[in-house]
Design a protein. Sequence first.
Length: 692
Amino acid sequence: AQLDTLDIIVLAVLLVGTVAYFTKGTYWAVQKDPYASAQGNGDTGKAAKSRDIIAKMQDSGKNCVVFYGSQTGTAEDYASRLAKEGSGRFGLKTMTADLEEFDYDNLDQFPEDFVAFFVMATYGEGEPTDNAVEFFEFIGGDDVAFSEKQGDEKPLSNLRYVGFGLGNNTYEHYNAMIRGLTKQLDKMGAKRVGDAGEGDDGAGTMEEDFLAWKEPMWKSLAADMNLEEREAVYEPIFEVTEKPELSTEEDTVYLGEPNKNHLEGASKGPYNSHNPFIAPIVESRELFNDKTRNCLHLEIDTTGSNLSYQTGDHIAIWPNNAGKEVDRFLDIVGMIGKRHTVVSIKGVDATAKVPFPSPSTYDAALRYYLEICAPVSRQFVSALAQFAPNEEIKAELIKIGGDKDYFQDKVASKNFNIAQFLESTSGGKKWDKIPFSIWVESLGKIQPRYYSISSSSLINNKKISVTAVVESREIPGASHVLKGVTTNYLLALKNKQHGDPNPDPHGLNYAITGPRNKYDGVHLPVHVRSSNFKLPSDPSKPIIMIGPGTGAAPFRGFIQERCQQVKNGENVGKTMFFFGCRKEAEDFIYKDEWEEVKQVMGDKFEILAAFSRDGAQKVYVQHKMKEKAEEINKMLEAKGYFYVCGDAANMAREVNDILGQIIADQRGVTKEKGDALVKSMRTSGAYQEDVW
Ligand code: FAD
């Protein structure tokens, strides 16, 4: 049952996959992004350009490749950690590889004394990550045509592999990608080392699942490949060279520009996930009347770019780190005096891909390119021990790194980012022995954050609305308030637009005018990502939407669209929206707009609002659904569509459960049957989720 979606994807794309295989060259060529490697760094030479993984490994003396299928960067991060550990502890010659950068038709010739790791995230409704789609197209079909061994039942018997999946148990197709992949590879005779690991983001145990899985895995792999474990030595993957002869004035130095195209003046399209458009915010306001929380509404204009969207798509916003955190970092590692020194960063060999453009400066690397505010991992704490300012601090780091509970107590529960962690464990003593290459390897590239577009493309496909709550969390026992990177950046931009003389209310000190003031005015880098979260193509179908809080975002777009369709004289079905918030007078977002929609749509539109803090009883969308059980069931019987957006951990799961119950009660069938019907709605696309 776990493989349903995978099977569907496989079937749906088999034809495309086959075409892709037989027409390789051209097909891949058009897929390749012109800016993907426009960074002018270590990616040079014959081996770097090849899409032949075996040739690339052999040319660069590698015997271990860690492939990753990654969407938000976590799987990529785990892949580099495995690669580093394999080389540091076991002397493997490792490299990481983005799945979309290679072809797989010669996988049957993978040398027997090599090993391949697959670190695979499962995305959305059991889908592959964008960079793994083509790989799954190829590997997914039963009739993969390996060059040498056509007709061979076990074409991959040479391939030794290790698997780890990143998933979320709140989704139905938990870890479907790694499960599907192991099933396929095992079927084709590949030799799996140990069980594939599974990390669960839903339970919040991803990191610990990974740590618990990898020790026995290394043991089996070491036995299997005759590897000797040694005391881990740090071997840099990147060479960081200071360039005192280069000044930040030089037009070849990257001060935060996303790629070469942006460095060289006015950026050119096409704009996409490698090449953001610097878009103006044409309007901004706050949606809450609440002193402790901010909720932003932004209108972003993509006129003048190729970017457009369909209702239900996502916009990606490229953030930069708050100046306050960049300063903290530079200070604790003893580098504040040389923040603007120009550095060139190169891979030690051709397989190491520098995650950001070079030459750049320490300041720009930490502000624009590296994720410095994310939670700290226990494994990374252990790796830093050898660079501690003194023996006592080193011992403390080893203890924290080796003890899950102690780590929880000292680090995780305090919500430290890396610089806050260093400050607190050394009592302010500088960590000036840490080579900068470690940060480049371990911090991960700063990731764009996604927002469900809260407007309708039918009305204007160049003007994108965003509805975002500003992340600001006070955690009991922590000495600081956790500030979300992107949403506080957006808040500062909104304040600037309104002429606030102090646009940065929390002293975060964002560089809101961007590198070389290129984002001046009120601009920010964005791209658009299409999604499967879509209205029925036939507007006469009834729809039910469940979207408490910012989960309302895409439904504002859906409702705008249906309202416009009514204005256009189309036959529009019943449009029912369940919204939830704390108090009617406080955070009932877009309340006035819903009134206007009612004027146009009449009883075709109904909003049911649940307030959790207005009365003695806490009321949630789930309760409101139960009140409307009969009508919900009728709408579904009339081939209605059901949508859920917002909190994945609790709300979405409960809504799924309640719908199963409603169907069971209304149709007089068992709960199991009700749940099975919900499941089949998911499979057919009549139940869609946009959750995070
Ligand atoms: P971040 O800095 O990324 O922090 C986010 C969270 O990570 C924190 O709240 C905290 O829980 C954790 N965290 C960060 N640093 C630490 C640390 N040092 N220690 C411990 N924990 C830490 N949001 C909306 O408001 N509206 C939308 O419409 C919307 N749509 C989305 C659609 C999709 C498909 C997805 C995937 C997400 C969507 N989100 C939406 C969420 C959004 O992408 C961001 O995650 C959110 O705005 C927070 O971003 P941030 O950069 O401000 O916070």
